[in-house]
Design a protein around this ligand. Structure first.
Ligand SMILES: Nc1ncnc2c1ncn2[C@@H]1O[C@H](COP(=O)(O)OP(=O)(O)O)[C@@H](O)[C@H]1O
Ligand SMILES: [Mg+2]
Length: 244
């Protein structure tokens, strides 16, 4: 479903991704972890064509992201992206946040878009907040709206970039619960996160990045169950995050 082939990217002379190769199959959940600055955000942004890359190829459901004739807005509309800082439209109601792109990009009628929006808000437990504005919601609620908004586009895959790291601790689980449900329903997901409990419970694979490279790409069981086989960098990273 998502295929990275020897992807390299530079910001000027600084190489941010080096020869990254991995595949995410339909229905697979892949967690990406690694130190700050290792290129995790950049990697998933290249998949959504939010960041160009200079070498290699990326295919989404067989469509080449880098090919000049690829319809990028169309491709982007099929991949849901959830960021650390929600990025809801502050001046639009929750309902409108969910319906706008459905109407403008997918050409749905207002009634259809509202119907789909309502169903998704119910699913993330926020039906009562439909007429509120983002600023009237907690961080955890805003992030659940952001997930519902992405799902309203009927994405073929969802990309998450540290979706819980800007949240107060008591709100982390309400967002993770929604993500766990999605994973169990078979959504294809790439999730940048340091929530190793989430990784242990629903990830199929774990990717560990350092300095722009994919250092580890293995099954969850291999990653957590066979620490001796991990690279020193992964071990060092895990020892730091698992001790807290
Ligand atoms: N727009 C940019 N211009 C130049 N350097 C950038 C830009 N965005 C990110 N970087 C650098 O690229 C590296 C990887 O960043 P990023 O993908 O955000 O890492 P991560 O998500 O793992 O913390 C970092 O060293 C960061 O400073
Ligand atoms: Mg990042």
């Amino acid at each position: 479903m998502i295929e990275f082939k020897n992807v390299s990217k530079w910001y000027g002379s600084f190489q941010v991704l080096t020869d990254c190769t991995t595949n995410v199959s339909k229905g697979e959940v892949v967690v990406i972890c690694g130190p700050s600055g290792s290129g995790k955000s950049t990697l998933i942004k290249t998949a959504n064509a939010l960041e160009p890359f200079q070498k290699g190829e990326i295919f989404i459901d067989g469509v080449s992201v880098g090919a000049p004739d690829t319809n990028l807005p169309k491709l982007r509309s099929r991949i849901g992206m959830v960021f650390q800082h929600f990025e809801l439209f502050p001046h639009l109601s929750v309902m409108r946040n969910l319906s706008l792109a459905q109407i403008k990009v997918l050409g749905r009628s207002e009634a259809e878009a509202n119907e789909r929006g309502r169903a998704l808000l119910e699913r993330v437990g926020l039906k009562a907040h439909i007429d509120k504005y983002p600023g009237q919601l907690s961080g955890g609620q805003q992030q659940r709206v952001a997930i519902a908004r992405a799902l309203a586009m009927d994405p073929m895959a969802m990309l998450f970039d540290e979706p819980t790291s800007a949240l107060d601790p008591e709100m982390v689980n309400e967002v993770l619960d929604v993500m766990v449900d999605l994973a169990k329903e078979g959504m294809t997901m790439m999730v940048v996160t340091h929530e190793m409990g989430f990784a242990r419970s629903v990830a199929d694979r774990v990717i560990f990045m350092d300095q722009g490279q994919i250092i580890e790409d293995c099954t969850k069981d291999e990653f957590f169950g066979n620490p001796d086989a991990r690279s020193d960098r992964a071990k060092h990273f895990l020892s730091k995050i698992l001790h807290h």
